[in-house]
Design a protein around this ligand. Sequence first.
Ligand SMILES: Nc1ncnc2c1ncn2[C@@H]1O[C@H](COP(=O)(O)OP(=O)(O)OP(=O)(O)O)[C@@H](O)[C@H]1O
Ligand SMILES: [Mg+2]
Length: 312
Amino acid sequence: MYLQHFGLKYPPLGKEATELWDDGALALLKQRFQWLLDSPGVGLLTGEAGVGKTAALRVLTANLNPHRYQLIYLAETDFARLDLYRNLAIALGLEPAFRRAALWRAIKARIQELADGRNVLPVWVIDEAQNLPVEFFRDFPAFLNFAFDSRDLMTVWLLGQPGLAQTLDRAPYAAMASRIQVRLRLVPIAERERYKHLIEHGLQQAGATHTLLSDSAMELLRQASPSLIIVGLWAPIAGAGSVRGETIEGRRVSCADCHDTDPSDAAHASDSGGTEWAVLQDRAEAIAAAVGELASVQESPVLAAARSFAAR
Ligand SMILES: Nc1ncnc2c1ncn2[C@@H]1O[C@H](COP(=O)(O)OP(=O)(O)OP(=O)(O)O)[C@@H](O)[C@H]1O
Ligand SMILES: [Mg+2]
């Protein structure tokens, strides 16, 4: 409904976008990604929730030649350690053995067969890797040593939130950390101009043919949320203000429920380090309240999402 209302084909900055906005960070990732295909090994990509890790890997892996690479994407990581290897075994077309030793042997044989017989490299992408059981990080290096002897025959990308990098820097995981050949961190786009380009790119990709967001609405979004998922959801509703000739800013200030409506507080909070969720929630609440007053989108799932974010 709301998409139709704003003339959009799909939610801006959503999964459907095939072309990501980039002014350098993704180009670097692309280069490192290719490097790990040419010399297989382990890569670590971290970044705040919603910064674009999954989207970046989705785009990078979309055009992999299936005759050369077998992509194995694992999104569920709430597994026990052995289940991860079972999952890998199944993805490689094996009947997963019950015991660890047999499981590892079968995976090793299969990966070697793929390399030597068919010149195929498995690319294992483990998303949400911050949820992996820590025992996995302890024994994965042993698996890599066992499975690959002297040659590395599989590329593994671990994607996770920044805490993952910190975990892996701790002493018990030194062996794992030493296996990581590429480490990259995606950071949220915070600068005003870059942010504006990113959001406008997202809106255009989604089919917007005219300006949906006033400058003040854009600014409010920028200060409200580091997560592009949330921003993508909010962008059209925040834009409702511009479409109707009202600025979201004006609505926000008149919103009785918002205890703190001064955007400079949010900027200040992020300047002083650490995300101040309370401030961001106020901002979210302000947006939810303001757009809630713009009646035509009141019942949209978008608004529900903004509200639930505000309540987090
Ligand atoms: N550079 C970009 N250009 C356009 N859209 C983007 C870009 N980066 C991310 N997005 C969009 O923002 C949304 C959030 O990105 P994504 O889900 O990849 O974040 P994430 O870092 O994987 O978050 P999480 O840690 O919660 O899994 C996605 O819908 C994605 O398509
Ligand atoms: Mg993700």
